[in-house]
Structures are given as C-alpha cells and as structure tokens.
Ligand binder design. Sequence first.
Ligand SMILES: [Zn+2]
Length: 67
Amino acid sequence: MIERDGFDDDIYEVSCDYCSEDIEIDSGGDWQDMINEIKEDGWLIGKINNEWKHMCPECKKNRKQLK
Ligand SMILES: [Zn+2]
C-alpha cells in the first residue's frame, strides 16, 4: 500500500502487503519518481484481482511472485 505522509506531502509511505516492512520515500511528492525508486530497490508492484499489491524485496526473494 502506498500513502502520502500525513505531515509532509513530499513523502510517500510504502508498506509491504505481505509483511510489516514499510519505507518512506521522499521524491518531492512526485508519484512516478517514487515508483521508479522503489522498483529500483527491488519492490514488486502489480494488480491482483483489481487491487494494487506491493511486495518488498525480502518477500520477493521468498515468494518470487505476487499473489
Ligand atoms: Zn514484505
């Protein structure tokens, strides 16, 4: 799940939908920059049953795919 920080509009909070991992990305509030950054970090993002899912690099290592 990705949410804007409640206090600082420049920061997105990205949390893994498969564990409790979460990170903060300061991309100056730019959505695409933030997406590019987490993808470079190894996060997986995709749609499952019409719902966006976000998987951290650690879960990706163990599960290999979104489900
Ligand atoms: Zn995870």
